[in-house]
Design a protein around this ligand. Structure first.
Ligand SMILES: Cc1ncc(COP(=O)(O)O)c(C=O)c1O
Length: 383
C-alpha cells in the first residue's frame, strides 16, 4: 500500500507503541490515587505534560490533556463561552474553513444564542485582517482561526491575527492539530491564549490530545465530574497514552527539520510530475504559506468530467490511500466547505484529491502514484 493520507492520521511510531505497552503494564495506577501505584502514574503523567509543554514553550500547568483535537476545540470554544457569558461577551468569530470540530462547536453555541461571525477567506484560503477588524466587537469573547488547514494546507499569520484580537480585548484560539509537529510552535511568540493539539497526527497514539490555556485565561469545564486536570477536564487521565504522546512530540521536535526538508522535496516532485501530465491541474492552497505535507489538487471541470469518489476508489483498488477532502467528512458526498470557500465549483471540488505525505513516504512511492493517477484518470475519461 502507498499511504498518502498522513493528514487524516499517521501510523504509530514503533518506539511510541512500545512505551505505551510498557507503561500500560507497569504504570496502571490511577494518577489521582494517593498510594504508591497512583503516585507512580502521576509522575509519568506530569513528566509527559512537562515534555509536551516545553515543546511549545508553555508551562506544564498551562496544558490540559484531552481525548484529542476535537475535544480540545470544543473545550476552547465552549469553555471560554461558559466562563465569559456572565460578562455579556456573546459574540464568537471563526474562520469559514475551520475543521468541523470548530464549525460544529460554533453551531452548537449559536443554538444557545451566541452570535457567530464566520470570516471568509481569499482564493488561497487566507483570512483578511481587515475582515477580522470589521467583525470584532466589544462583545466578542473569542476568535478561533486554525494555524494550518487540514484540506489545503494554507498557513495563517496567527501572530498578526492574535495581536489584532488582543487590541480589542478578546481571546484568541488556534487549532494547531495539523501544524503541530511540522512547524516550530511557540505559544509565547504566537501570542495565542488557547491552542489545540492531537497526538495521532504526529505518529503518536489516537484518543489523546491537549489544549494549551494561557495562565489567567478564564475557562470552565464542558464535561462534569471529578477535579482532574486542575478542575478543567474530569475523567481518569491515561499515563500510558500521555507517555506515548510525549515521546511522539519529542521525536517530532528532534526530527522536524530533516523530515520537513525531505517532505518538501517529495511534494515538489509530486506536484511537478502531476502538472507535467495534467497541465490544467489546479493546486489548491497558498503557493508559499502552505504545509508541505499536504498537496491538494483539483481536476478542472472545463477539461475533466471526473467523479472524485470513483477516482479515490480506483486509487484504493490500486493500493493508494488518499482522500477527497477532510477525512472526518469522507464518506459523505457533500463537497468540501474549504474548496467552496476558496471559490471552487461543486464539480471541480468533487474532482479533487488530497495527497498528504509523511515520514515514511519515499520517492518511488511518489513516482508510482503519479503514474497510477495518470492511468486511472485517462481510463475514467474514456468512458
Ligand atoms: C485541523 C483539525 N482539527 C481537529 C481535528 C480533530 O482531531 P482529532 O481527530 O484528534 O479529534 C483534525 C483531525 O482531522 C484536524 O485536522
Amino acid at each position: 500500500m502507498i499511504y498518502l493520507d498522513y493528514a487524516a492520521t499517521t501510523p504509530i511510531d514503533p518506539d511510541v507503541a512500545e512505551v505505551i505497552r510498557c507503561t500500560s503494564l507497569d504504570v496502571f495506577g490511577n494518577p489521582s490515587s494517593v498510594h504508591a501505584a497512583g503516585r507512580k502514574a502521576r509522575a509519568v503523567l506530569e513528566e509527559s505534560r512537562e515534555t509536551i509543554a516545553q515543546g511549545i514553550q508553555a508551562e506544564a500547568s498551562e496544558l490540559i490533556f484531552t481525548s484529542g483535537g476535537t475535544e480540545s476545540d470544543n473545550l476552547a470554544l465552549c469553555g471560554t463561552y461558559a466562563a465569559l457569558t456572565q460578562k455579556n461577551r456573546r459574540q464568537l468569530i471563526i474562520c469559514s474553513t475551520e475543521h468541523h470540530a470548530v464549525l460544529e462547536s460554533a453551531a452548537f453555541l449559536e443554538s444557545l444564542g451566541v452570535e457567530v461571525s464566520r470570516l471568509r477567506v481569499d482564493e488561497y484560503g487566507v483570512v483578511k485582517e481587515e475582515d477580522l477588524r470589521a467583525a470584532l466587537r466589544p462583545e466578542t469573547f473569542l476568535v478561533s482561526v486554525m494555524q494550518a488547514n487540514n484540506e489545503i494546507g494554507t498557513i495563517q499569520d496567527i501572530r498578526s491575527l492574535a495581536t489584532i484580537v488582543h487590541e480589542r480585548g478578546a481571546l484568541f484560539h488556534t487549532d494547531a492539530v495539523q501544524s503541530y509537529g511540522k512547524m516550530e510552535i511557540s505559544v509565547r511568540d504566537l501570542g495565542v491564549d488557547l491552542l489545540s493539539m492531537s497526538a495521532h497526527k504526529l505518529y503518536g497514539p489516537k484518543s489523546i490530545g491537549a489544549l494549551f490555556v494561557r495562565k489567567g485565561v478564564p475557562l470552565k469545564p464542558i464535561l462534569h465530574g471529578g477535579g482532574q486536570e486542575a478542575g478543567r477536564r474530569p475523567g481518569t487521565e491515561s499515563a500510558p497514552l500521555a507517555a506515548g504522546f510525549a515521546l511522539a512530540a519529542d521525536k517530532a521536535h528532534r526530527s522536524r527539520d530533516a523530515d520537513m526538508q525531505r517532505i518538501t522535496e517529495l511534494r515538489t516532485r509530486l506536484a511537478s510530475s502531476l502538472l507535467k501530465r495534467f497541465p490544467s491541474l489546479i493546486i489548491n492552497g497558498h503557493p508559499e504559506h502552505v504545509l508541505q505535507t499536504i498537496l491538494n489538487a483539483s481536476f478542472d471541470e472545463a477539461e475533466f468530467e471526473l467523479d472524485g469518489d470513483a477516482l479515490i476508489m480506483n486509487l484504493d483498488l490500486r493500493g493508494i490511500a488518499v482522500t477527497s477532502g477532510s477525512a472526518c467528512t469522507s464518506g459523505s458526498l457533500i463537497p468540501s466547505h474549504v474548496l467552496a470557500a476558496i471559490g471552487r465549483s461543486v464539480s471541480t471540488a468533487r474532482a479533487t484529491i488530497r495527497f498528504s505525505l509523511g515520514r515514511m513516504t519515499t520517492e518511488s512511492e511518489i513516482d508510482q502514484t503519479a503514474d497510477i493517477v495518470e492511468e486511472i484518470v485517462c481510463r475514467m475519461q474514456k468512458r
